[in-house]
Write a protein that binds this ligand. Structure first.
Ligand code: GYE
Length: 303
């Protein structure tokens, strides 16, 4: 836990805002950059941050949220590991009058009164950008294998949806195998190893994040093929290792997903605690990268 310790929050003490943040885990380069951004932004904003890592388990996140409620923090923020199953615990927060901010990932609930706002990317749009690139950069029969993110997670569901939407107009592009690699490098490697054995003629890997794509690169090399040439790779995130592989030609296209949400999160938290109105949805701005663009962007890349 990265909490600065000491008194629990509430408005009764030194006037400092206390935020309880329930993080997903440390599964990817994206997540590491996201955690760092939140911790640094909290310190810069003078917000007392209680931080927990759920190791990609929903039950751990629920426990963390309950403990933040008990500690009477001023605001709870979290990045829900999966979309469903949050109503009960968020109702507990609501009854305790503790506002909740969804960060990075959203939930699937009909009750939008359970949270004040959702700050994060448009994952369907990211999937569409990946699909658009493939449609524009392939001719004829194209066999795609898909490495999905964590089962039930918003970015896995939405990145799949957006991609499928764009390739739907091209019957020659087919997803011939799809499986979760849990957003990790080792998961991507393992699933790709299995795909290489079970699925003949793979032309393209669509990985829902860089880390799984990087794992797939290892598996492709081990199978005696050349990543980026024999099998082309599309990923999402654009963290440094991914951008490096893109610059080297081992990845062919990356859709950016910005992990640096800390500053915006602290601004929203301050407004909400002060009783000000905030927009119910804050979308982060993102771009895409080809190999040439990655080479140009890498020297300035912060994560
Ligand atoms: O793309 C992936 C991470 O929720 C947007 O989670 C985030 C995703 C990110 O594990 O690398």
């Amino acid at each position: 836990c990265g909490s600065s310790g000491g008194q629990s929050g509430g408005s009764a003490d030194d006037g400092k805002i206390t935020m309880g943040f329930a993080q997903v885990g440390a599964e990817s380069g994206w997540r590491t950059a996201n955690t760092k951004s939140i911790q640094e932004a909290a310190a810069a904003a003078g917000i007392d941050l209680k931080f927990s890592d759920a190791q990609q388990k929903q039950e751990n996140q629920i426990k963390a949220i309950r403990s933040y409620i008990q500690q009477k923090v001023d605001v709870i923020a979290f990045s829900p590991v999966v979309e469903t199953g949050w109503d009960t615990v968020l109702l507990e927060a609501k009854r305790a009058n503790i506002p909740v901010i969804l960060t990075d990932r959203s939930i699937d609930s009909d009750d939008t009164s359970l949270y004040k706002t959702f700050l994060g990317s448009d994952f369907v749009e990211e999937g569409r950008k990946a699909g658009d690139w493939l449609v524009a950069n392939t001719q004829g029969e194209t066999n795609v294998v898909e490495l999905q993110g964590t089962t039930g997670a918003a970015p896995a569901i939405d990145r799949k949806k957006g991609f499928e939407e764009k390739i739907a107009a091209r019957p020659d592009i087919k997803i011939v195998a799809t499986q979760t690699g849990d957003f990790t490098r080792s998961g991507g490697k393992q699933v790709m190893e299995a795909f290489l054995k079970s699925t003949p003629d793979i032309d393209v890997v669509y990985a829902h994040n860089d880390d799984m794509g990087l794992g797939a690169i290892e598996a492709i090399k081990a199978a005696g093929k050349v990543p980026g040439q024999d099998i082309r790779i599309i990923t999402v995130d654009a963290v440094k290792d991914g951008m490096q592989a893109l610059a080297n030609g081992e990845i062919n296209f990356i859709v950016e997903c910005n992990p640096l949400l800390g500053g915006q999160l602290m601004d929203l938290a301050k407004k909400i605690v002060a009783g000000e109105e905030v927009p119910p949805r804050v979308v982060t701005e993102e771009t895409t990268f080809t190999s040439e663009q990655a080479k140009a962007a890498l020297p300035e890349r912060k994560y």
